[in-house]
Design a protein. Sequence first.
Length: 226
Amino acid sequence: MRIRTWAMPLALAGASGALLLGAWALGGGGLAAFAAEPARPLLLAVTMAMFLAGPLAARRIGDINAKGGKHLKRQDGMIFLSMGLSLALGVASPLSDAAGVGTLPGGAALRWCGLGLYALGGMLMIWAPMYLGRYFSTRVTIQENHRLVTDGPFALMRHPRYAGCLYWGLGLPLVFLSLPGLAAAVLYGLTFVWRIRDEERLLAAHFGPQWAAYAARTRRVVPFVF
């Protein structure tokens, strides 16, 4: 694989690591204190792995801008809002943990639960787009000759990528026992409520009975629950 294929993922991995460690330092923490809780450096390692898996996913997915077909333009702004809130929780979580402000109860056990959620979210965020292939889009879109995918991760839930984003967003502040980060994660999660609502209306209108049958036997983001 060409070096330039890895340039962007490497840059994003470095930037995400710098963001987390920079926010930690801003809160008054040092590297030794960061490593004192093993869940924190492991979260950093999972974050690096997520971005470095990007080139593998990119080989399978289609045009993420989805120039063809129908898409809901009103959702385009929600993408930027989600990105902004993800940055906010990425800063607030390590900063508050380092400063000892707004700390959640639960200790190491909650940190490890958060790491598990974070890693599961990262896996779904990569697996779902790879499985969709050319049908994947960052927009709420019906592409030309679109097929309703109901197997793989989509057999477990209707929106596995959004589920991954939600698990990731919840897991991050839990690793840092951060109440401010958790508040940002809730706002981040709410952006997907509107996105899921619009996407399901679009899919129902396009696929009709096929979508209705699929929706009747699956849940949105938590298998067997919701």
